[in-house]
Design a protein around this ligand. Structure first.
Ligand code: UDP
Ligand code: MG
Length: 322
């Protein structure tokens, strides 16, 4: 019997051998309690440990569990995108594998969905067991991003959320490559609400988001939703131009009135270095946008699937992409 899938739980995995069994156990217990049909879609994002072997064993025992296996590491956002592309449910829940997002909160999200909300995002009321640096940078980033864009992005939310099939289809239709999924969910609109939860400590293992990946995600967030950094660099140019004119006039007037020249080599050097830095910084900001335009123009896919388990070729988009 193949009854309609109501819930798809999308779980990205990158070197999560220490947590994936427990994640499966907790998710299964929560989803079984709904008494409705569901699937759990694990996306292996090029793990180098035993993650795939463990998920393969789970898939063999439980056909509700599906695996999408990437050809290499394409990144968290690409993994979520693949999960959404392949999900068959009427409601799709994206959740991290490390149990920082408690699976039990999914039941509250489902309740809100049944009340008619099309996006239910998890809002982190408190973060347990994370470093001061992580908490501070995350808090600062969400606020900077909010101030830079006209899209109403809720602060302190990650990718842990439930979205309706309609929203999922709207997101799938967006072709952009450097995806900042949580921002795109806000961008598409629909009726949105939140449930608050306490973000837990990682169940086991270490973060798979080193500083480099965090910066890339932050830049994707800002560049995909706002061109304010370009506007700001234009303003900076204007301000320094005006400052230059004023100081030039000061030098000329001083020469005319007092007949003295103000020549301070260290000052000239210092101003030059500062201006050079400013110019390079503005070029760098442009580079961020140009690089992303370059990525779009190549038209490469967001991810490549090596193989899958428990997906039949008749399943929706997979049939098309095969
Ligand atoms: N992840 C992924 N690809 C990556 C990095 C992370 O699929 O390149 C997954 C990871 O396995 C986890 C989720 O993305 O399920 C969030 O990663 P993590 O918990 O390490 O991030 P943090 O909570 O520390 O920001
Ligand atoms: Mg985590």
């Amino acid at each position: 019997m193949n009854s309609k899938i109501i819930y798809s739980i999308v779980v990205p995995l990158y070197n999560e051998e220490l947590v994936v069994k427990e994640t499966y156990r907790r998710l299964k217990s929560v989803m079984d309690s709904t008494k409705e049909n569901y699937e759990i879609v694990f996306i292996n994002d090029g793990s180098k440990d035993k993650t795939v072997d463990i998920v393969e064993d789970i898939c063999r025992e439980d056909e509700k569990i599906k695996l999408i296996n990437f050809s290499r590491n394409f990144g968290h956002q690409a993994a979520i995108t693949a999960g959404m592309d392949m999900a068959l449910g009427s409601a799709i829940v994206v959740i991290d594998a490390d149990l920082q997002d408690p699976p039990e909160v999914i039941l509250e999200m489902i309740k809100k969905w049944k009340e008619g909300y099309e996006v239910v995002y998890g809002k982190r009321a408190k973060r347990e067991g994370e470093t001061f640096f992580k908490k501070f940078t995350a808090k600062a980033f969400y606020r900077i991003l909010k101030s830079m864009t006209s899209v109403d992005i809720p602060v302190d939310t990650g990718d842990f959320r439930l979205i309706d099939r309609k929203v999922c289809d709207a997101l799938i239709a967006l072709p952009e490559k450097n995806r900042y999924v949580r921002g795109l969910v806000s961008w598409v609109g629909y009726k949105q609400t939140c449930v608050e939860f306490v973000r837990q400590e990682r169940f086991a293992g270490e973060t798979k988001y080193p500083l480099k990946k965090m910066i890339k995600l932050a830049l994707d967030g800002i560049t995909s939703l706002s061109y304010k950094p370009l506007v700001i660099s234009g303003y900076l140019g204007m301000v320094t131009f005006i400052a230059g004119i004023i100081s030039t006039m000061g030098v000329i007037i001083n020469q005319l009135i007092n007949g003295t020249e103000i020549i301070s080599l260290p000052l000239i050097l210092a101003v030059n270095v500062a201006m050079f830095g400013l110019t390079l910084g503005c070029i760098g900001i442009m580079g961020q946008y140009i690089g992303r335009i370059f990525d779009e123009s190549k038209g490469r896919p967001i991810y490549i699937i090596k193989d899958t388990i428990n997906y039949k070729r008749v399943d929706k988009r997979y049939e098309i992409s095969c």
